[in-house]
Design a protein around this ligand. Structure first.
Ligand SMILES: Cc1cc2nc3c(=O)[nH]c(=O)nc-3n(C[C@H](O)[C@H](O)[C@H](O)COP(=O)(O)OP(=O)(O)OC[C@H]3O[C@@H](n4cnc5c(N)ncnc54)[C@H](O)[C@@H]3O)c2cc1C
Length: 402
């Protein structure tokens, strides 16, 4: 669906398109096509980050005073949309979209001066230490302990599902600084370099064969008191603000349209005189068209959100939950259709990630490279960032008042 853009926005869109055509090289596109995870990983992330930083476009939502480009929400939407259409690598959210805004709101002048420029430049690669083995949805029950010892906190405990902890050189984490009062009242928000003594990162390889998440252990880790963000025991307020930034208006419809286009192309492919899956399966065609219609609805909703934010209005908890639910389920259904269209080639994963081994000759055509891993990876979409059930609980409370 083409939005109605003002002449200024149209000129901006053309500028973004020209930039992407020039800078998103075939090598970067090829590397990105092999990514199955949520965010661009390691070197690919660093390379694309450096290009956007040089252009001054790495932090679309940051204010100009901290190095942002000063775009309107609609310009940010256009930029994200064009990046999605061009299959640009997805920059991890943990630093620029989560920790950065938190530091702007709650950081000391020293923290802002030290961390924000390094976050922008990519020198600091961040990971998020919130979840623990028994504390995910019920985050306030977290147990990682920090005890004050002079100018330091001594931290013991563990974090789990930590995305990109193996690439990151900094982590923001929630710790328990007192066991007294309500669970929320005893939490603090700290920052630590990942190479500090007492940190161990243990990989978790997911069902898709990806190494995207980790378990991180703290054993007598010493964090300077100067790395406390906000007041001691007030970390819950900081943590909640960060989750609001995490959920802020995404642009998924364009990525989903691309995935559905790929599913359609794969289904239309004929081999050795066989009728294509597209031609032989009216049920597949029906479900694909149904999904395309629903993604059009999402596209409309995302543009409405951009327009609302442009007008200075908050989108509210209910809209955020509906969008999270819609996006995660559409993503899962789109990957299911792609896998179905692949047929037998769905067994092949040419990156060796599914146990075929890095030296195994490629099985099947190029388009079979990642759909299986993407399908498996997207099972987690209804868990991370607030699970399916938790979103329904929010809707029950906010919309139905129960
Ligand atoms: C791929 C991936 C990446 C992640 N990255 C990070 C990261 O970088 N940093 C980080 O801190 N965390 C990360 N997480 C963790 C994520 O935030 C948690 O998995 C999520 O909050 C759910 O917590 P849990 O896994 O402990 O499941 P639980 O909270 O134990 O939930 C188990 C099941 O019970 C349901 N449930 C829980 N509470 C309720 C309730 N009140 N009512 C009804 N049903 C309920 C859930 O919906 C779920 O189905 C990541 C997770 C995944 C899968």
């Amino acid at each position: 669906m083409e939005p109605t853009l003002s002449p200024t926005d149209l000129a901006f869109r053309d500028e973004v398109r020209a930039f992407l055509a020039a800078k998103l090289t075939p090598e970067l596109r090829a590397a990105n096509a092999r990514q199955a995870g949520v965010f661009a990983e390691g070197e690919l992330n660093r390379a694309w980050h450096a290009i956007l930083y040089a252009q001054g476009w790495i932090a679309p939502s940051w204010p100009v005073e901290h190095g942002g480009p000063g775009w309107t929400p609609m310009q940010r939407h256009i930029f994200a949309d064009e990046c999605a259409k061009a299959d640009a690598p997805v920059i991890p959210a943990m630093g620029l979209q989560m920790c950065g805004p938190v530091l702007m709101a709650y950081g000391t002048p020293e923290q802002k001066a030290f961390f924000l420029p390094r976050m922008l430049s990519g020198e600091h690669y961040w990971c998020q230490g919130y979840s623990e083995p028994q504390s995910g949805s019920d985050l306030a029950s977290l147990k990682t302990r920090a005890v004050r010892d002079g100018d330091h906190y001594v931290v013991d405990g563990t974090k789990i599902w930590t995305t990109h902890a193996h690439f990151a050189n900094w982590m923001f984490l929630l710790v328990r600084t007192t066991a007294e009062g309500k669970p929320q009242a005893g939490i603090s928000f700290l920052l630590t370099p990942m190479d500090a003594p007492g940190i161990t990162v243990q990989p978790i390889v997911s069902i898709s064969g990806e190494h995207e998440v980790n378990q991180v252990f703290f054993d007598g880790l010493r964090i300077p008191v100067g790395n406390l963000v906000g007041e001691e025991n007030q970390g819950w307020t900081v943590a909640k603000a960060l989750l609001e930034f995490e959920r802020g208006g995404g642009v998924m419809a364009s990525r989903l349209f691309k995935m559905l286009g790929q599913a359609r192309r794969i289904a239309e492919t004929e081999e050795a005189g066989e009728t294509s899956f597209w031609a032989s399966s009216p049920d597949f065609r029906r479900r694909l068209l149904q999904l395309e219609t629903e993604v059009s609805g999402l596209d409309y909703a995302e543009r409405q959100v951009a327009a609302q934010l442009s007008a200075g209005r908050d989108i509210g908890d209910a809209t955020a939950s509906v969008l999270k639910l819609t996006v995660s389920q559409l993503l899962q259904r789109a990957t299911e259709l792609t896998l179905e269209a692949l047929g037998d080639y769905g067994r092949a994963d040419q990156r060796g990630a599914l146990g075929y081994g890095a030296n195994t000759p490629p099985i099947g055509p190029d388009y079979a490279i990642t759909p299986t891993a993407k399908y498996l990876n997207s099972r987690a979409a209804t868990i991370y960032g607030g699970s399916y059930e938790v979103q329904h609980n929010i809707l029950a409370r906010v919309v139905l008042g129960i």
